[in-house]
Design a protein around this ligand. Structure first.
Ligand code: ZN
Length: 255
């Protein structure tokens, strides 16, 4: 199985297209949510994601932008973009977003894996540190390999005898496309975030995704990727839509 993992596209069409163009051959795709919000191409991105036909777990922005939840917990900039997105989305895309399933997503097609937006225990939880990772890796009812999004930070946590250890991909360049392959230790439990396609927050502006590979042998791997994209075009769309300037500026900072 060669499984492409996409998360937190956030209506960034240029970043999504760059990821799809750079993605190696794969036979499956899973999307970890937050298809829309923040950036200015929600309809174009919904169209592409729907056309991919892959499972999608709903994210908090998918709920807020489609009117399923209010935006009281959002900061003002996120709230403005959620309202703008709600008013910009075509009715069929609003309907599609509202119908997205809540995680954890499990399927016989993906044995030993679960897919969530926030965490296995709470779709809105941010898995940012080892204490929240510990709480979730301890849950025996969950699969040993959990893919999550929401934090916009590529990497994750491995369970080492009851204590989680964080890991991040190590890249040899801050420019151009890069990749980092990590072998998964059989029998260990992992929480893995492919990173955010459309609004990375790990100080690297390049679009992020990951590929899980398992060819039936004892070893599986995850390869993390970063790819440059036409960020000026994305920023221009944000400014043309009269969304807050800060949404354009933060993209280049990777924050
Ligand atoms: Zn997000």
């Amino acid at each position: 199985m060669r499984l492409l993992l996409l998360s937190d596209i956030h209506a960034n069409l240029e970043a999504l297209e760059a990821c799809l163009a750079a993605a190696p051959a794969h036979d499956r795709v899973v999307n970890l949510g937050d298809v829309v919000g923040y950036n200015a191409s929600p309809n174009e991105v919904c169209e592409q994601v729907i056309a991919m036909g892959a499972p999608v777990v709903r994210g908090n922005h998918d709920r807020a932008c489609s009117g399923m939840t209010d935006v009281k917990d959002f900061n003002p900039v996120a709230a403005i973009s959620a309202y703008w997105t709600r008013n910009s989305l075509k009715p069929e895309h609003l309907e599609w977003l509202r119908a997205l399933p809540q995680g954890p997503l499990r399927s016989n097609d993906f044995p030993g894996m679960e897919f969530v937006h926030g965490s296995p225990s709470d779709e809105d939880e941010y898995l940012l540190n080892t204490s929240s990772a510990d709480d979730n890796l301890e849950l025996p009812e969950h699969a040993p390999l959990i893919f999550f999004g929401h934090t916009h930070i590529q990497g994750g946590f491995i369970d080492e005898e009851g204590e989680s250890r964080p890991f991040r991909p190590i890249y040899d360049s801050l420019e151009g496309p890069v990749e980092y392959k990590m072998w998964l230790t059989p029998g260990e439990r992992y929480l893995i975030n492919p990173g955010s396609v459309g609004q990375p927050r790990d100080n690297d502006w390049r679009a992020a995704f990951a590929l899980y590979e398992h060819n039936g042998g004892p070893l599986a791997s995850v390869t993390f990727y970063r790819v440059p994209y036409d960020i000026e075009q994305t920023q221009q769309r944000i400014l043309s839509a009269q969304l807050p300037d800060r949404l354009a500026a933060r993209l280049k900072l990777g924050r």
